[in-house]
Ligand binder design. Structure first.
Ligand code: XMP
Length: 318
């Protein structure tokens, strides 16, 4: 009967065994649980022969880059480089509306940036990622699994890569990853952070991603998060977010017709993201949130709450 401390020790030894004594590791950090726990594990194994890269792909939520920077400075001892690559990612996404294509572009651009950064450092042999087992299954790479969506860090990777991948959490589900994170002493707000997909808001702006649409989604998402936080519900739901669909609907304002975007709100409870139930947020709270969104955002004339579970829906809309 394995204890979590044995699993951590075993992983640390395994990481040591695949790396040469003078090899350096680059890790892509998203600010999320998986990559943070992977980093903490690798730090245990190689100490400062680890460099973190946080890429701002222009698809983050409001205030996220600053918040992640602050949190990392309190948690990790190895150097972390922050890169603003938003021009590059948003440029590549221009005119693209297919969800799988968006994921592939994002996966590929992440790797390009990592490979470029690796060239500036001495003897980097491995790129570490916080890939977990559900990413592998949903990308259709596990035996018997069908492709649901290519998680940007698995199915979305380019075929040829210069760096070897180091993915110490590839066999674990999220609750195990969280327990490993706790064992390694990561703070609660890191370990219990809600999941956020690597492709970020690109898969929550349905269809083509533009800066204008991103700005709308960011604002609505912020209002939703703020209200959930204030009501104390945030900590109880597995994941909650807003989605901006690629369509408009007719509304009325005063005595004028409007034609604006709707905002979709989604909150789910989940076991490992493989299945999920929609959360019964109190109607009064939904009313308050919807009221704030349409009052504070001229372009939004309708708010919709998603009452679908997984299956048959997935958690994200793309
Ligand atoms: P779905 O939509 O497949 O989501 O039910 C399951 C969980 O995975 C997250 N997700 C992703 N995470 N890259 C990621 O890193 C991706 O491409 C991706 N797609 C979905 C989603 O937010 C949910 O937590």
């Amino acid at each position: 009967n394995w204890q979590i401390s044995d699993i951590v020790q075993d992983r640390v030894e395994q990481i040591k065994s695949v790396l040469d004594d003078d090899a350096n590791v680059l890790i892509g950090l998203s600010g999320g649980v998986d990559s943070s726990v992977a980093a903490a594990l690798i730090q245990e194994a190689v100490g400062d022969r680890l460099t973190g890269i946080f890429i701002d792909h222009g698809l983050l939520r409001q205030g996220e880059a600053e918040q992640v920077k602050k949190s990392f400075s309190q948690v990790f001892e190895f150097p972390i480089k922050f890169i603003d690559a938003s021009q590059r990612f948003l440029g590549q996404l221009e005119g693209v509306s297919d969800p799988e294509e968006k994921r592939n572009i994002i996966g590929r651009e992440f790797i390009k940036v990592f490979e470029q950064e690796a060239e500036d450092l001495e003897n980097v042999t491995h790129l570490a990622q916080g890939t977990i087992y559900s990413d592998v299954i949903e990308s259709g790479l596990d035996q018997n699994a069908a492709l649901i969506k290519s998680h940007h860090n698995v199915g979305g990777l380019p075929e040829r890569m210069e760096l070897n991948l180091l993915e110490p959490l590839r066999e674990f589900f999220k609750d195990e990853v969280r327990r490993i994170g706790e064992e390694l002493g990561l703070p609660e707000d890191v370990v219990w952070r809600q999941p956020f997909p690597g492709p970020g808001l690109a898969i929550r702006v349905i269809g083509e991603v533009t800066r204008e649409k991103l700005a709308l989604l960011r604002k609505a998402d912020y209002i939703f998060r703020e209200e959930l936080q204030n009501s104390g519900i945030s900590d109880k739901v597995w994941q909650s977010f807003a989605v901006l669909p690629d369509m408009k609907s007719v509304g009325v304002m005063g005595d004028t017709r409007t034609y604006g975007y709707p905002i979709i709100l989604r909150a789910v409870d989940s076991e490992e993201a493989m299945t999920a139930d929609w959360v019964k947020i109190p109607h009064e709270l939904l009313d308050k949130i919807a009221g704030r969104i349409v009052n504070e955002m001229e372009q939004i004339n309708r708010v919709v709450y998603d009452v679908s579970s997984k299956p048959p829906a997935t958690i994200e809309w793309e």
